[in-house]
Design a protein around this ligand. Structure first.
Ligand code: NAD
Ligand code: MLT
Length: 337
């Protein structure tokens, strides 16, 4: 499964057979993206050597990766086939976070490299950011703040909309999606949701009305996206599905940028079909010049991929991934695989 397979089902087991018991106990670990210092401390306390080198270029990474047994990343390092091929001694890649779409999991698996993530470690932070985006979008807060800082007093221009009584459509009812749905219901919203895996009974037990994707598009005042980026979700919010939405729908994306077709979204914003969009993630990050029209659009609220950027979540995921990887290297139990 895209976000870590067994990690989502909480599978546990031993991996002695996977990592090999004849290897030396001490491993060489590279931390390739910026993580909380607790990550490095855990590896050291368990007897492993660690290099903390965030921000290396692809060429630099390719030239040094061969000497490492383990690699820790967030979303910066692209763990593609080239890197995996060059990583001759690699045994584990750990994602200090949820989405593993920056890791070529099939290529890693074919080389016997275990891929792990830390499901759940940043759920609350990302759900809270999503709520901030929903409220900011409903009340035009970022635009109003900018206008005041520019010396204006535009009370009428920034008239917003209430959440109470409106319908929120949640696409992807996993950890974050369900958390967001619950908070939206606490604001008096009606929550409908679509998830091909979750049973209707489980959705109903969470207070969410299970609907088809087409029904969700037709009835939602706000649509919030919480799926992984997969071939099925890439470009999901494109021209044809936007046509199925209510006029004046507001769209929030704190999952993965590639789920929205940016050109179709800009057109829908210009036509008034979409009243506003609030984005934390982009098809390519940082957004290249061709996304400038989207990012600078007056009806778009944006943040630079801050979903998991709280001290709480960063300490949690950095610690969790180091413990999980150490457990594997020590031939113990594993989670998040
Ligand atoms: P999760 O695995 O708990 O939930 C994902 C859900 O999406 C699952 O229930 C799955 O069945 C569902 N899904 C898969 N394909 C679908 C489809 N085609 N249509 C509808 N639903 C589908 O994951 P999560 O922890 O809730 O994370 C969700 C997303 O948020 C991931 O893409 C993750 O990478 C992203 N994320 C972003 C940030 C950020 O910083 N903005 C932080 C954490 C997670
Ligand atoms: C994730 O999938 O966990 C997020 O994108 C957060 C991060 O970048 O670490």
């Amino acid at each position: 499964a895209p976000n870590g397979g067994a990690a989502q089902s909480g599978r546990k087991g031993t991996v002695r057979s996977l990592v090999g018991s004849s290897r030396p106990a001490l491993a060489n670990i590279l931390i390739g993206d910026s993580t909380d210092p607790v990550c490095e401390s855990v590896f050291r306390s368990r007897g492993h050597a660690v290099d903390f080198k965030p921000g290396l270029s692809k060429e630099e990474l390719l030239s040094i990766i061969g000497k490492y047994d383990g690699l820790v990343v967030r979303s910066g390092v692209q763990v593609d086939e080239d890197l995996i091929t060059a990583a001759k001694n690699m045994r584990i890649v750990g994602r200090a976070g949820t989405g593993v779409d920056n890791i070529n999991v099939p290529a890693a698996t074919s080389k016997g490299v275990l891929v792990m993530n830390t499901p759940g470690g940043n759920t609350v932070s990302t759900a809270e950011l999503t709520m901030s985006h929903i409220l900011a979008l409903a009340r035009n807060i970022p635009q109003a703040v900018s206008s005041m800082k520019e010396g204006r007093w535009d009370r009428k221009k920034y008239t917003g909309t209430e959440l109470m009584g409106k319908t929120i459509g949640v696409v992807g009812l996993g950890r974050i999606g369900r958390e967001v749905a619950t908070w939206c219901m606490n604001f008096g919203m009606h929550a409908v949701g679509y998830d091909p895996i979750l049973t209707d009974d489980a959705a109903l037990a969470a207070g969410i009305e299970p609907v088809s994707l087409d029904e969700l598009f037709a009835c939602s005042d706000f649509i919030t996206l919480h799926t992984p980026l997969t071939p099925e979700t890439k470009g999901l919010i494109g021209r044809s599905n936007l046509d199925k939405c209510k006029k004046g729908v507001r769209i929030i994306n704190c999952a993965r940028g590639g789920i929205i077709d940016p050109v179709a979204l800009v057109d829908a914003l210009n036509l008034g079909k979409v009243a506003g969009a609030s984005l934390d993630v982009y098809p390519s990050e940082p957004p290249p010049p061709e996304l400038k029209e989207l990012v600078t659009h007056p009806k778009v609220v944006c943040s630079p991929h801050l979903g998991a950027s709280t001290q709480d979540a960063q300490v949690r995921v950095a610690k969790d991934i180091a413990i999980q990887m150490c457990d594997v290297l020590d031939g113990g139990e594993y989670v998040g695989v």
